[in-house]
Design a protein around this ligand. Sequence first.
Ligand SMILES: Cc1cc2nc3c(=O)[nH]c(=O)nc-3n(C[C@H](O)[C@H](O)[C@H](O)COP(=O)(O)OP(=O)(O)OC[C@H]3O[C@@H](n4cnc5c(N)ncnc54)[C@H](O)[C@@H]3O)c2cc1C
Length: 442
Amino acid sequence: MDRRTLLSRASAAAAGLILGPRPAAADARAPESLDRAPTPGMVVEPAREVPVVAEADVVVIGGGPAGVAAAVAAARTGASALLVERYNHLGGLWTGGLVLPLLATHAVGPDRRRRRVLAGIGGEMAERLVALKMSIEEVNPVVDPEAAKYVLDAMVQEAGVQMLYHCWAAGLVSHDGVIDAVLLESKSGRVAVRGKVVVDCTGDGDVFHWAGEAYDTMQYHIGLVHRVGNVHRIDRSRPGFQERQIGEPTPIPGVNWVNMHGESDQDGLDLFTLSRLQQKYRREIWEHVEKVRATPGCEEVFLLDTASQLGVRMSRILEGQYRLTLKDSMTYRTFDDAIGVSGAWTSVLWGGRKVPEEERPLWQIPYRSLVPKRTKNLLAAGRCFSFERALVEDARVIGACLITGHAAGVAAAVAVGNGTSVQEADVGRIRALLAQQKAYLG
Ligand SMILES: Cc1cc2nc3c(=O)[nH]c(=O)nc-3n(C[C@H](O)[C@H](O)[C@H](O)COP(=O)(O)OP(=O)(O)OC[C@H]3O[C@@H](n4cnc5c(N)ncnc54)[C@H](O)[C@@H]3O)c2cc1C
């Protein structure tokens, strides 16, 4: 155990939180039977029968940008689709995390012209938000979170997706590399749902972790976003006025969203880290807004809300059949199994120079980077699909998550329709259906 872990456990234990050694999350998978005394500090969970409360061709776990796109896409092919979300809203970090700019909508094509690449179901979400006048900016639009929750919920209902809110996927049952059921915790108790194919859109790769797939675990910045109101009532002419960090505009006049970089190298899979950061950031935000309000001319600014979802940027990254690279993204690499094209939103160091956002190439995403190595009926989409760390800043943003989600939903439905494993799914059919659903394939 390193010093940092030891210290954090010691302080948590001092606060009365830990009764014994805490297992790493990876160790917490219960063995199917235990014919020995439990390890000290562990308890044995008795085996029990769990009711199967829903079945569908495609079960999507996690209702963030990727999960909503996946569920809607699968349902639009004619498959039955079930979407499971632990909270009370769709959109994940985009809405509940108050991360309002939909990044990576544009990039430069091989013809050197910068163009919009966001299309398909993600593009439709963006257009519906524009139609509601709840989106500002053409490139990387900033949306209103409540409007986005409303639009995503409407799209899910219109597509005929069966929606289960308020339940947390907590494990799975599998046999011979095939997931039989996903276990959910809910106010109805522990229940199970069955899907012919499961799509992991938890952001954290919870499902591929339980399925025993290989993955990289990336510790990164964790933040907490908040919004402030009345910024249009700031009087900059007041004596003593000073500029303060009050964030960026949103579609609601007078309301800004305020991003937070947060502490770096944080473990987004550690319950105690998440709890510590939640308390720390809430206090910091409150104190910051108090400081703003104490500034002459800013008295009417107020804290509108803090995000209901803590801002975990990265955790698990699938080691899939292909790990997409930064080089692929900077060299117009093409793939026979391309299922979408993403844009780019930030500058990167490449070829010995800093390439600005405006010059960044569009990049293709191959189907194989959504496909795990072993499990025959599982796909991953969103910020946990298979890419190398150097690509993280582009692969994790909402634009890319919408694309991988859309593709995973269609691919899952194709595998179900043809009765194949996801590894053997008909890529030609997947691409044809994606094109029908107006995805941009390059
Ligand atoms: C502070 C911060 C700022 C960012 N800024 C931007 C930005 O400006 N623009 C941008 O494009 N991107 C930004 N990002 C990145 C982007 O928001 C996310 O990477 C993106 O939302 C990921 O989408 P996703 O669908 O993969 O996962 P998520 O958005 O994380 O959604 C996952 C969903 O799954 C649910 N879930 C998770 N586990 C379970 C489970 N076990 N059972 C049931 N449900 C579960 C969650 O509740 C959530 O709704 C930012 C991220 C952070 C943290």
